[in-house]
Design a protein around this ligand. Structure first.
Ligand code: SAM
Length: 420
């Protein structure tokens, strides 16, 4: 989501005559686009702002946009007095106001909904993978999560607006479309004639675009995995056989306290349906360890479900108490060292599953999408349909999409050779 926001902000500034620089001391405007999901990310923002204000030109404008801006509001000006602007995730299209009036401080943390999408210029060229947000906010109110506060209630963009942006991305370089939302599979838009569109409609329509070879979406909420969407995995070959569907915990009582009202049985039944629709599908998850009150037994159940489902690639986090959330006020907060030990144990297990899956890919051939050269320039990095990094020797005129046979694997990546 933030990568997309960053591209749109860059396009807006280019429209105003700015050019990119990698050198902070050379920049006329410096914008930190921020995430507030965990406390560590928020803390890093303020230390980065301290570094930037020492390195920047005196005349340069600098500020923060995104969820930390929304969370901190005017307090950010108190912490960093020479900050010029603080704009929430739904008001960064107001940035030109500071260009017109650079001596004023600009604070806007309103929840403007979808206004920003139409207020911003389109990017001139699209990256090969185009991220297209299809909704803002989230209605699920998980007790640990700050997103309903920072990004507000869930609103789906219109079908026409999403498709217009998708077609523009395809015509300007995109090969893969990744639909984005905090609750992406909850997408629901009803037009003025009363016709309702779901994520499955967006996928079906996008698959008709000849330039688009791959489609995916993230991040899904388990109970929004409706049959029409599951069926897309059966019928639409451009939809990648890879799905992030966060379970968060393997303990039913922790899930209840997280306000994640699905049973483990329902979650496993959905996975079963997905595998019937697309037998090669692979699942990834998000996990939170050390949620308030999580016992050793609760944590063991998380370990058990991770091994049972065999998630091939997951994001696991220590629970981080966040302002404006119910869980931050719950009793039985777990000590930091227990959280760290549990996270290390879970990560070891997830890494081992990932390594096993990667090794099972050796001698198989996949259609992969070129990401670009690696740091040395001697290799190219491709992405398999399961989002694994696959490294091949650099060559001239490397195709954007290539059939690659996997020759070696470790936990983090695959090696392969282009076979056509
Ligand atoms: N669709 C996703 C879901 O079903 O939960 C929501 C994406 S959420 C914004 C991104 C991830 O951040 C969550 O899945 C969760 O694992 C993690 N997260 C959110 N709040 C957190 C917190 N307070 N502490 C640790 N991790 C958190």
């Amino acid at each position: 989501m933030n990568v997309y926001d960053g591209f749109r902000i860059a396009a807006m500034l280019e429209h105003h005559g700015f050019m990119r620089t990698d050198d902070v001391s050379d920049a006329d405007i410096i914008i930190l686009n921020t995430c507030a999901v965990r406390a560590k990310a928020t803390d890093k923002v303020f230390s980065a702002l301290g570094r930037i204000r020492r390195a920047k030109k005196t005349s340069a404008l600098f500020g923060i946009v995104g969820c930390v801006a929304r969370e901190s509001g005017a307090d950010a000006f108190r912490r960093i007095p020479d900050l010029n602007f603080v704009l929430g995730p739904q008001s960064y299209h107001k940035l030109p106001d500071i260009l017109e009036n650079p001596d004023a401080r600009l604070l806007n943390i309103d929840l403007g909904g979808l206004e920003k999408f139409d207020a911003l210029p389109q990017m001139q060229t699209s990256p090969r993978v185009a991220y297209i947000p299809i909704q803002e906010g989230c209605n699920h109110v998980c007790t640990y999560c700050i997103v309903p506060y920072t990004r507000g209630p869930e609103i789906s963009r219109s079908f026409e607006s999403v498709m217009a942006e998708t077609i523009h991305a395809a015509k300007t370089g995109a090969i893969e479309i990744c639909f984005l939302g905090q609750n992406v599979n909850g997408y629901k838009y009803t037009d003025k004639n009363g016709k309702t569109y779901r994520l499955s409609d967006l996928i079906r329509e996008t698959a008709k675009i000849p330039e688009i070879m791959r489609i995916r979406f993230t991040s899904s909420y388990p109970t929004e995995m409706t049959d029409d969407l599951i069926d897309m995995f059966r019928t639409e070959p451009k939809l990648l056989p890879f799905l992030n569907m966060p379970i968060q915990s393997g303990s039913q009582s922790v899930l209840t306290r997280m306000n994640r009202p699905y049973s483990l049985k329902l979650y496993c039944d959905i996975i079963h349906k997905l595998k019937s629709a697309r037998p090669d599908i692979q699942i990834s998850s998000d996990f939170i360890v050390g949620f308030p009150g999580e016992s050793d037994d609760d944590f063991e159940q998380t370990m058990k479900i991770a091994k049972q489902i065999k998630y091939i690639n997951s994001y696991s986090f220590k629970y981080s108490p966040r302002p404006h959330t119910a869980a931050a006020l719950m009793p039985d907060q777990i000590p930091e060292n227990t959280k760290a030990a549990r996270l290390a144990q879970l990560d070891t297990c997830l890494n081992e599953i990932q390594r096993e899956f990667n090794e099972s890919c050796i001698n198989k051939t996949f259609a992969c999408l070129l990401e670009g050269p690696d740091k040395t320039g001697r290799h190219l990095v491709y992405r398999t349909p399961f989002m694994q990094q696959c490294i091949v020797p650099a060559c001239d005129n490397a195709p954007a999409m290539a059939q690659i046979t996997i020759t070696a694997a470790n936990k983090a990546s695959l090696r392969g050779k282009i076979t056509d």
